[in-house]
Design a protein around this ligand. Structure first.
Ligand code: ZN
Length: 180
């Protein structure tokens, strides 16, 4: 046979897949990685990163091949520290400036919409069990199911008629037919 398209039809229902089984052992906790994703513990490479000496903070060589004199190294480190300090201070100033702006904007928005800080919020719901609903309409129980092979006609006024033959010429669109 070439394939399932050419298999003979039996007329039986399709075979169901096997039941899901609980496998032995503790279930895996790690995320399942994508196809081609490097596994855990694979670091990014240092390729293309500019080497910088940690002793004299100059680019192009590292600590082990540093040929700079002791005095120059300390001088350079002092300069670098100063530069770093200035940079962080500038960043902090920028952050403060940004914060100011956003807060003033918020205030402005509140003023424009005429709402205070607490206004516009949803009213707080009372804690605990919600109050019992009083006027609950109890629906009537559904009508009993008819024996198989019998047509059922339910009319809008609630009457039910069962018959093996469809009733014709009665209330028209008012009737809902449920054929079994
Ligand atoms: Zn160096």
């Amino acid at each position: 046979m070439k394939g399932f398209l050419y298999w003979p039809q039996t007329g039986h229902p399709d075979i169901l897949p096997p039941k899901a089984r609980r496998m032995p052992g503790r279930p895996k906790k790690n995320r399942r990685r994508e196809q081609g994703e490097p596994g855990a513990g694979v670091k990014l490479g240092k390729k293309g990163v500019r080497m910088r000496c940690s002793r004299c903070l100059m680019y192009g060589h590292n600590k082990s091949t540093c040929g700079t004199s002791e005095e120059e190294c300390s001088e350079r480190q002092r300069l670098a520290a100063e530069e770093k300090k200035a940079q962080s201070e500038a960043a902090r100033a920028q952050a403060v400036e940004r914060k100011k702006k956003t807060t003033t904007q918020k205030k402005k928005q509140n003023r424009e919409s005429g709402q205070g800080a607490n206004e516009g919020q949803q009213p707080k719901r009372k804690r605990g069990r919600p109050a019992k609903a009083v006027n609950v309409q109890v629906l009537p129980p559904p009508p009993p199911l008819p024996p198989p092979g019998v047509g059922v006609y339910v009319y809008k006024d609630g009457t039910i008629q069962m018959s093996s033959q469809p009733v014709e010429g009665t209330s028209g669109s008012n009737k809902t037919a449920m054929k079994k």
